[in-house]
Design a protein around this ligand. Structure first.
Ligand SMILES: *Cc1c(COP(=O)(O)O)cnc(C)c1O
Length: 225
């Protein structure tokens, strides 16, 4: 087995164990392979090992990988910060966007979503740590969810968070519980909690994650050269 295939099987075991610990059906937890900084060959290997959903943070990098992988039926998720001048390309080339945090960006994505594609799946990124330097809506700003849910070419699915990194399980659990509570407080028909990464996926699953976004544990450490 290749390293990537082996990693995927390890992650699947972690998902099953974490789901079982809280009596969740492991099928309700989707694994997003975060391929940022990794070459298209690594995506091919992950696809061969059963992965179909890939997450990218940087538009140019994603577009060049997509161009090299047109022979594969992949679902691309945009998970990085979004500038207004990137919305047209994102609306055209992705199935999901997990990192919407402004109404203006959502409006542009809706206007620019090509008519021949299904509605773009959207998660609103929440900032629950109160760090103003971070992307994401503060809990107060999440009222924009109802305006986003009314946009015609988008399908609002739920919330996404990147909590402050910690090894402390209780702190991880508290952050993910906060996101889940925020999602229910919106009183909208949402089915997605995008939360949990390589180091905290067990906690996220215990608090209801439906997409976990895993890079390092799947593709190995990233080398930002
Ligand atoms: C890089 C990244 C991930 C993956 O993080 P790992 O710790 O490598 O698993 C998940 N979500 C987002 C938004 C990221 O930018």
């Amino acid at each position: 087995m290749s390293t990537i295939a082996n990693n995927i099987s390890q992650i699947s075991k972690r998902i099953r164990a974490a789901a079982q610990a809280v009596q969740r059906d492991a099928c309700s937890i989707h694994l997003l392979a975060v391929s940022k900084t990794k070459p298209s060959q690594a995506v091919r290997e992950a696809y061969a090992a059963g992965m179909q959903d890939f997450g990218e943070n940087y538009l140019q990098e994603a577009l060049s990988k997509q161009a090299e992988l047109t022979d594969l039926p992949l679902n691309w998720h945009f998970i990085g910060p979004i500038q207004s001048n990137k919305t047209r390309a994102i609306a055209k080339n992705f199935a999901w966007v997990h990192s919407v945090d402004r109404l203006k960006i959502a409006q542009r994505l809706s206007e620019q979503r090509p008519a021949d594609l299904p509605p773009l799946n959207i998660c609103i990124q929440a900032n629950i740590s109160g760090e103003t330097s971070k992307s994401g809506c503060t809990p107060d700003q999440l009222v924009l969810a109802s305006a986003i849910s009314a946009l015609p070419r988008l399908k609002l699915r739920g919330l996404m968070v990147i909590p402050k990194q910690t090894k402390d399980r209780a702190a991880q659990d508290a952050a993910f519980t906060t996101l889940r509570d925020l999602q229910s407080s919106l009183k909208l028909p949402l089915d997605t909690l995008s939360m949990g990464m390589s180091h905290d996926l067990e906690s996220a699953i215990s608090k209801g994650a439906t997409w976990i976004r895993v890079g390092t544990a799947l593709f190995g450490a990233r080398d930002y050269g």
